[in-house]
Design a protein around this ligand. Structure first.
Ligand code: ADP
Ligand code: GN1
Ligand code: MG
Length: 372
């Protein structure tokens, strides 16, 4: 996905509305879905500018018009709020660069779809927490993100991936993958399949609360990994939330939980040595604090009570998604080695087991930080 010829990149980049001489490009970030490149341009004697070029994964996002309509709408909304709050609209929100024809993405002759963003300068994203403060900042950024979108007209958002966090549906898909066993891998992962089946209960919890009207749908990010927040290298602040492909009506607990399963882990998502994998309660506490400080007063008592459950559910959901993809021959998440999705599944199940051991502490921490 990250390989691209010079001819192709020049042809694609040349159709977006900016000038300058393209001098270099390189793959960027460690996202599992889209192809992302950092492009450097020289502009006369004025210096250089950087641009992010992304190839949209059309196997996953089948309706690019709707996807980009969501992103345009959400970024415009965020920009207004940021300007109202005297923020920097070039760095605190993604800025789409239109095509020369004035569209928000490009469909090339091969049918591939591309979009370009202004590069957020002097900022980094992390796959593993290096400093606890960075994790705190990511919590504040995601909490603020949710808050700024609280008045976004949710009914105008398209569901870019149907049933994205419908854990029950994810569980059914896993069961089908086990039954089909198209790649004859099920026998090798019987322990993981057993673990997934034993935890089936987690798949239905939020669906039931929703059905009973006990928890609300909100406009949420739905992919709150630490590496989807850009951290300012000078101030250490969580400057901008990126990866807006899955901004849709969803659950606050899922945004919280997804961030915990990734960022409060003591190891990378694809660590092979499971003895290194645990859910760090110090990091968990820091995230709880940042998240509740930034959006806690907007959440209902039930949502707050269910935050720790969000961590378990999202860790489980992600684990079964990785297991399903392994069983189905690794067609969804990008992989760099055979078995990487299985490695990812194992870290998630290890984390979930660890959360079960730490369940009382996890609840106690949320209790301690909940708004009065
Ligand atoms: P994916 O859907 O594949 O995860 P992302 O949109 O998250 O793709 O982009 C991958 C990575 O590229 C991000 O984690 C971030 O590090 C980097 N990135 C994305 N957009 C920008 C941007 N506008 N400026 C700087 N870096 C960016
Ligand atoms: C994908 O795009 P990225 O890498 O930020 C995935 C998330 C998973 C995550 C697991 C659209 O996120 O749902 O939780 O991988 N995004 C999509 O690391 O499926
Ligand atoms: Mg990403």
């Amino acid at each position: 996905m990250s390989c691209i010829s010079e001819e192709k990149i020049r042809k694609i980049a040349g159709q977006f509305d900016f000038t300058g001489e393209l001098v270099s490009w390189s793959p960027c970030g460690s996202g599992h879905i889209n192809g992302t490149w950092l492009l450097r341009y020289r502009i006369g004697n004025m210096g250089s500018i950087k641009v992010i070029l992304q190839k949209i994964n059309l196997e996953i996002f089948q309706n690019p018009d709707e996807l980009m309509e969501n992103i345009s709408g959400v970024t415009e909304h965020l920009k207004k709020k940021i300007i109202e709050n005297d923020g920097d609209p070039e760095r605190e929100v993604l800025n789409l660069i239109p095509t020369k024809e004035g569209k928000n993405y490009l469909q090339d002759a091969d049918g591939e779809c591309w979009r370009a963003y202004i590069f957020i300068t002097d900022a980094v994203s992390y796959d593993l927490v290096e400093k606890p403060e960075d994790f705190y900042e990511s919590a504040v950024a995601f909490g603020r993100f949710q808050e700024m979108l609280a008045d976004y007209p949710a009914e105008t958002l398209h569901e870019t991936i149907k049933g994205f966090h419908d854990t029950k549906k994810r569980f059914q898909t896993l069961k089908k993958a086990v039954e089909c066993d198209s790649f004859r891998r099920a026998e090798k992962v019987q322990d993981e399949i057993d673990f997934a089946m034993q935890h089936e209960e987690l798949a239905g919890i939020f669906g039931e609360f929703l059905q009973k009207g006990e928890i609300p749908l909100r406009v949420t990010h739905n992919d709150t990994k630490l590496n989807n927040v850009m951290i300012d290298i000078f101030t250490g602040k969580g400057i901008c939330v990126v990866d807006l492909d899955t901004v849709m009506p969803g659950l606050a607990m899922d945004d919280f939980g997804d961030a915990i399963r990734f960022g409060a882990s003591t190891a990378l998502e694809d660590e092979k040595d499971l003895s290194k994998v645990s859910c760090d309660m110090g990091l968990y506490e820091i995230y709880v604090k940042g998240f509740l400080e930034s959006c806690g007063d907007k959440l209902t008592p039930k949502e707050i009570e269910l935050l720790p459950m969000g961590a378990k559910v999202m860790t489980y959901e992600c684990g079964i998604r990785f297991l399903t993809d392994y069983l189905e021959g690794d067609h969804y998440f990008k992989t760099d080695w055979e078995g990487q999705n299985l490695d990812r599944c194992r870290t998630q199940f290890k984390l979930l087991s660890d959360m079960e051991k730490k369940w009382d502490i996890m609840q106690e921490i949320v209790n301690r930080y909940k708004p009065e």
